[in-house]
Design a protein around this ligand. Sequence first.
Ligand code: HAM
Length: 410
Amino acid sequence: MRDIMSPDAERQRALVDAFADLARLSGYGHIMSPIVEDLGVFLRVGESTDVVTKEMYDFEDKDGTRIAMRPELTASVVRAFVQHNPTSLPWKVWYEGPQFRHEKPQAGRYRQFSQVGIEVLGSDDPAVDVEVIALGWRFYQALGMNEVTLLLNSLGDESCRPQYFEALETYLRDRSAELSEKSQETLDKNPLRVLDSKRREDQQIIAEAPLMVDFLTEDSAEHFAAVRSGLESLGIPYEISPRLVRGLDYYTRTTFEFASTALENAQNAVGGGGRYDGLAESLGGKPTPGIGFALGVDRILLACDAEGVFPAPDLAPDVFIVDLVGGGEATALADQLRQAGIAADRGFDGRSMKAQMKVADRSAAPWAVIIGETELAEGNVTLRDMYGDSGQTLVSRDDLVATLTAKLAN
Ligand code: HAM
């Protein structure tokens, strides 16, 4: 697990702020749920997935309850929905925060990583699918990312999945001897997940496997067609990806992934989501359709680096105070400037002019205020233009805030 330091931490926060703005513009409320949940909440979303069976940080709490640090937020949000039973539907929420998966760490894959995401419960209108996918797409655009591909699939619903599962299982069992050992194990738990194998020996078999899209009932096919035409009408390009299976078990109908072509293939998913029309019920609630996505903050920032967009915010203060007199003068001035909304940093420890000027330089502040003994005795301080060509002037201490405010406004 990593420490995220300044200015990367500010950059991450700016990304979350940008996401919050978009979510608010689309009518999503913020939800903050606990980082730990009862283990059972997650077991129900992925009993055949690595995320839940192998990678979860779960442990016994002091009272003997088994709890887990969340590997994802959809299960927590749906648990909250069932628990609080909001009456106004659809219920639309956004979230952000750390997730925990005990994966093998590498570039773009961490044991603690951050997601931003949204979930909508209580509607299966394809227009909701379009709204959700569009919000993700517009977010990448807002960050300035151009190299994102939207991959789209439908996994059908309870009326077409059994037939497909049977066809897929029969096919895979026929060829099971050719499958990797790992996929043979997966086949016993959930045939669909075999399609997610990245192992080379499985690829030919996967390429020839029956496809869910060929098994969709009329209802599911119509729903999928409405989602596609909705995206087209917004000018959002997509690729149909008939073998796209996601890493969690709850998905039904619309599923999607955002892949960055600016990143290495293995870790190029910068987000993903889909419908989970059966999840609320399996967590003890009334049958309620749902859809959402989560976007990987760490990976998005790597992709932004690769594309040269969304740099870290400028953290330079507006002014740096060089204190050559000691006492409370610099403290009072810094306080006054900050109250006036001027970002001010300062030197400490009575260091030499040269040493403090070095720090001022490093801070990248456009202005330095030098408090010197003789000037101060006459009620003045020195204002130095650090980068421009107005050089250095004496300014009355009493006028300093007004003078700086005017200069910074220019
Ligand atoms: P997920 O595909 O497991 O979906 O994760 C979403 C995104 O989180 C990934 O596309 C990736 O960008 C990022 N991510 C996942 N694991 C890691 C990791 N170890 N290190 C860095 N980034 C990672 C979900 O979590 C679902 N809850 C999405 C969803 C919401 N489905 C419906 N609603």
